[in-house]
Design a protein around this ligand. Structure first.
Ligand code: NAD
Length: 247
């Protein structure tokens, strides 16, 4: 018997769905030890607001500071392993005829868990490119106190992630919007539903009368629009939900 009440109607809908779309945010990786942007930062970084470091302007003003912060986050991500929430989504993908996993996360943990059809809306922290021309770079000095430069053009290196105020990769966004509009059921997991345009995806689904499910310990602006709200940690709720769907 699961500690969480999972509505029977939701289990039946997921069992029979032909197309499932899922949007994940930083919350699904919290149980893997990767802090969300809304968690208070600890140690050296406690004095900084992540939302003020993850911008072009912050990088232009102090590239060394932003590089050091990302080097620290890359270190956290390198040690992190997928948790039962990531693994449950792999099981659900195998069970579902057409499954699209849209993530705002840059940690690569869905692919590491074995998810196949993953759209990384905000890039990947493990990739590096240059600031001026987006030249991809394979090798760099992983020192937090030395800002590296592009071997091609000499501009500063930065993570290949989408910062606040930057555009999302067009093909990835188009594919995500299409999945949100055509799915039978949309799951929003571990996201504050505040960062646009990702936050509009479950709303797109809701406007088409598609069932929307939210999994998050805390209410978000999406909560009033969700057909089913499962409050709690994704690493516990998802395994319980998927076990009942696939049994
Ligand atoms: P967010 O930090 O704004 O919100 C995290 C949400 O997760 C909150 O609503 C919180 O209540 C919820 N949450 C916390 N623990 C949870 C758990 N165990 N299970 C389920 N939900 C839980 O994150 P966001 O909505 O993804 O948006 C912030 C931006 O930050 C995104 O653009 C993303 O790219 C970036 N980001 C990525 C990572 C990562 O890759 N792991 C980490 C931090 C931030």
């Amino acid at each position: 018997m699961s500690a969480f009440h999972i509505p029977q109607g939701l289990i039946e809908q997921l069992r029979t769905a032909r197309q499932v779309a899922v949007l994940t945010g930083a919350g699904i990786s919290a149980e893997s030890g990767v802090p969300t942007f809304r968690d208070a930062q600890t140690g050296l970084w406690a004095q900084y607001d992540p939302q003020e470091l993850a911008t072009r302007r912050a990088f232009q003003q102090n590239p060394q500071l932003v590089w050091a912060w990302y080097a620290w986050r890359r270190g956290l991500v390198a040690q992190a392993v997928p948790n039962p929430g990531h693994h449950a989504l792999v099981t659900l993908e195998r069970f579902t005829p057409h499954f699209t996993l849209i993530t705002q996360n840059v940690d690569g943990l869905h692919a590491q868990a074995g998810s196949q059809n993953v759209i990384e809306l905000h890039g990947n922290i493990k990739r590096i490119k240059c600031f001026d021309h987006d030249h991809p770079v394979d090798h760099w000095e992983e020192e937090t106190d030395v800002q590296p430069y592009c071997p091609v053009c000499g501009s500063a290196l930065r993570p290949d992630v989408v910062w606040f105020g930057e555009s999302l990769p067009a093909v990835a966004l188009h594919t995500a919007v299409n999945a949100a509009r055509t799915c039978d059921i949309f799951l929003s997991i571990g996201t504050s539903a505040l960062v646009q345009p990702a936050a509009s995806l479950p709303i797109e689904a809701h406007q088409r009368r598609i069932t929307v499910v939210e999994i998050n310990p805390h209410p978000t602006p999406l909560t009033p629009y969700a057909t089913y709200v499962l409050p709690g940690p994704a690493g516990e709720i998802l395994p319980a939900l998927v076990a009942q769907v696939t049994q």
